[in-house]
Design a protein around this ligand. Structure first.
Ligand code: SUG
Length: 449
């Protein structure tokens, strides 16, 4: 297999039937702004299907990861709440509505937070490594980790080419690939992996004045060891506290890289010039860094438009190209769209495309949040289990199922009705069947339990 046979597959998380706006994520400005407003789960999932079709038309390998069961049956049982929605939903709705909305969150759609993935050429044993993220800094997100681990165990089960690591202990808060960037001219040659963190667990820096720093440095260090990465090809960088306080809760809100190109805001990292020099040196100079100045695109504008939460991709048919897939919100911002046009004119980007993922964006998830990158060769991709590599047929079947089984809209008060939990379970069962993945266990019927 030559380095040329490697591609980057993007696995997208499908929004779930209980997608709602609950304002659960402090430091994520969009989540706060949307809190309590009406959400449109069917539209969210159809926007995701359209996105996957769009990426396939760019000749990219597209994967699909299903939504998680909600309201989180395993977690509900662990908390001693039983397992019958008709019992625990109404009682939580009155005693602990915040917990109920966490249980219902569809946040697993942002699979950039599902795991950290290192491609085979970087790892100690020459296999593709996955570490499921524990997402322990937020209640509604830590619920995801056990189911994500099970999904990755099912989909990437072939031990000849994949190695999977369980989530790190919760105290080592880890938010997965959203704080990880893999750089290198070719997907099939050893690259350099950048791990970004917000705080240290041991000898911590001063507290953030406004918003919490989610990722712990020691988590990235553990992942790098577990994946057997070469320490000379691993770089650690701390997020700038000012960026976190401006709403950069993950690094992928302020930087995006692909192969030998890194697009990064001037205020992304602490000691930014040292970080960029370390990356440049580790890649022996084979890296183009575009540092976007504050005077051209301010931090606030970057967070508002999600300019950096775009997918930087190399379509299969265009080796060497760098195409940016950005959210619609970037096109609507005259300053940002003019800036992106200038990158195309300068030849840094071959093209910029804009996508409508507004339902996800309203909770702070742009195109890049919605996907998990897995660089792999054709052999490894052929060993992926389930029907999770998107084809026209799979996407058509998913679309038809979503149109007939997803709720059109959800208001906060709807979470108190156990019928939503039943409808969500039915909708989910069909998705798992279409993707040929083991079905999550159903709720017991109302009479039982
Ligand atoms: O963790 N939003 C997610 C958005 C995650 C975006 N992912 C990346 N940047 N890779 C979060 O903040 C909002 C849920 C709510 O408020 O209902 C939420 O969890």
């Amino acid at each position: 297999m030559s380095a040329r046979d490697f591609v980057e597959a993007n696995f997208d998380g499908l929004p779930g039937p209980t997608h709602n706006f609950a304002g659960l994520a402090p430091g994520n400005l969009a989540s706060g702004h949307s809190a309590g407003s009406r959400a449109w789960p069917r539209q969210a999932a159809l926007q995701s299907i359209d996105k996957m079709r769009f990426m396939r038309n760019l000749e990219l390998v597209q994967g699909i990861l299903p939504p998680h069961p909600r309201p989180a049956p395993d977690f509900v049982r662990q908390l001693g709440l039983g397992d019958t929605p008709e019992h625990f939903v109404p009682s939580l709705a009155s005693s602990s509505p915040g917990l109920l909305s966490a249980l219902y969150s569809s946040s697993a759609m942002w699979v950039a937070n599902a795991a950290t993935v290192s491609p085979a050429p970087d790892t100690g044993d020459g296999r593709i490594h996955f570490t499921t993220a524990n997402l322990s800094s937020q209640l509604h997100r830590c619920i995801e980790a056990p189911h994500t681990a099970r999904l990755l165990d099912n989909v990437f089960s072939d031990d000849e080419v994949f190695t999977r690591h369980t989530p790190l202990p919760a105290v080592l808060a880890d938010e997965g690939a959203a704080n990880h960037t893999r750089l290198g001219r070719d997907y099939g040659e050893p690259g350099v992996e950048l791990f970004v963190y917000g705080r240290r667990l041991v000898n911590p820096e001063a507290e953030q004045p406004r918003f919490p720093a989610r990722q712990v440095r020691e988590a990235g260090e553990a992942v790098a060891r577990l994946h057997g990465l070469d320490p000379h090809r691993t770089v650690f960088a701390r997020q700038s506290p000012a960026a976190i306080d401006a709403g950069v809760f993950h690094n992928d809100v302020i930087a995006v890289g692909n192969r030998d190109l890194l697009l990064v805001h001037e205020h992304a990292f602490e000691r930014q010039s040292d970080v960029l020099r370390a990356l440049h040196d580790a890649l022996a100079g084979e890296l183009t860094i575009v540092e976007v100045p504050e005077r051209t695109v301010s931090l606030d504008r970057a967070v508002g438009s999600y300019l950096f939460n775009a997918q930087l991709v190399t379509p299969n048919g265009e080796p060497g190209s760098q195409v940016l897939v950005a959210p619609f919100e970037c096109r609507e911002d005259a300053v940002v769209s003019a800036y992106l046009d200038s990158l195309v004119r300068a030849g840094t980007l071959s093209a910029v495309h804009y996508l409508d993922v507004r339902q996800s964006m309203k909770n702070g998830g742009g195109p890049a949040c919605l996907r998990l990158r897995v660089a792999a060769d054709a052999d490894a991709l052929a060993r992926v289990r389930g029907r999770v590599i998107a084809s026209d047929d799979v996407l058509d079947e998913l679309q038809a199922w979503i149109e007939s089984h997803y709720p059109e809209h959800i208001d906060p008060a709807d979470l108190a009705n156990p019928a939503l939990a039943r409808a969500a379970a039915l909708a989910l069962a069909g998705i798992y069947q279409i993707l040929q993945l083991p079905a999550p266990s159903p709720w017991p019927s109302p009479g039982q339990g």
